[in-house]
Design a protein around this ligand. Sequence first.
Ligand SMILES: [Zn+2]
Ligand SMILES: [Zn+2]
Length: 353
Amino acid sequence: MNRFYTYKGAIHIHTNLSDGTGDIYAISNAAKKVGLDFIIITDHNHYDIDEGIINGVYVIKAQEISPMQCNHYLALDVNEVIPPNDDANVYVNKVRESGGIGFAAHPDEGFIIDKSGNATPRKNSHHCIPWTDKNIKPDGVEIWNWFSNWADNLDDSNIFKLAYAYLFKNSIVTSPSRLTLNWWDELNKESDKIIPAIGGVDAHALKIKKYIFPVTVFPYETCFNTITNVINLPNKLTENFKEAKGQILNAIRFGANVILNQNIVSDIPKIYIKNKNDIFYCGSDIIIDDGTNLYIEAKKTFEISLLYNGRVIDKAISNNYLYQINDCGKYRVELSYKGKGYLYTNPFNIKKT
Ligand SMILES: [Zn+2]
Ligand SMILES: [Zn+2]
């Protein structure tokens, strides 16, 4: 098997330059403690921070274009502040024209999805900021936002439920919204290219001074131990920051990342497609031949769903899985562990020529 290099990173982080509380030194230190290789900072409508290798972590600056009510957009690989606008098309186009890549942030925040896939509005009064106009086509989608998932499932109808949600925060974080996954699949069905996805933590480490001692709600370190982007690179990350930044952002641009919740289980399975000539990770265009198979190799046993053009075509419970690919189109894998969403690959794009 060809050697690929994997790196872990957290995306969607706020510093004290917007509504977070830490600076990049404290934040990169928290990332280092959790074993992350890179972090991508996305302050609201702000871009003026240092980047580089800080505390041994690649710190990359980006921004969250943030109108007041809706349509937040994570803009990566852009070298200037792009202002918010009431019309999301304006900044979606601006990011694209600048050579950057944007991801619709927390698109279906505000809805709880039950086991049958029905959506009902969340039960608490927290302000939610969804992506309201699904006709506007982003470059990519933040399919899983840890803080939104927590806030959507928060029941603050009494102090005990509120305390439980805070103390056992990860127990109410479930999986990406099915509404968002469906939208992402639709965007992929409409496009020949891969429309990539990322996972975000939306870390703020808010400090609340309501009581005698200030309490940090969701410290950076806690957030970094949750939704993670694991990128696959053909080469090692270089020690030259500028080059390494290009390697990381390129991987994200093409969907060479899986999105997983580190808090669920400690196992990063190998998920790849092999044809007669080569081996490919997600985010690849792959020419089909009569020996094209998808493989999953894991240490733990997972509930596996294989999706083809947005439709589940196979399910299994296993640590070792093989599926023979006979048709062109987009394939992606979802893994759950003991009933909870764990890992979501970007699509593999199967083509004839
Ligand atoms: Zn936001
Ligand atoms: Zn945010």
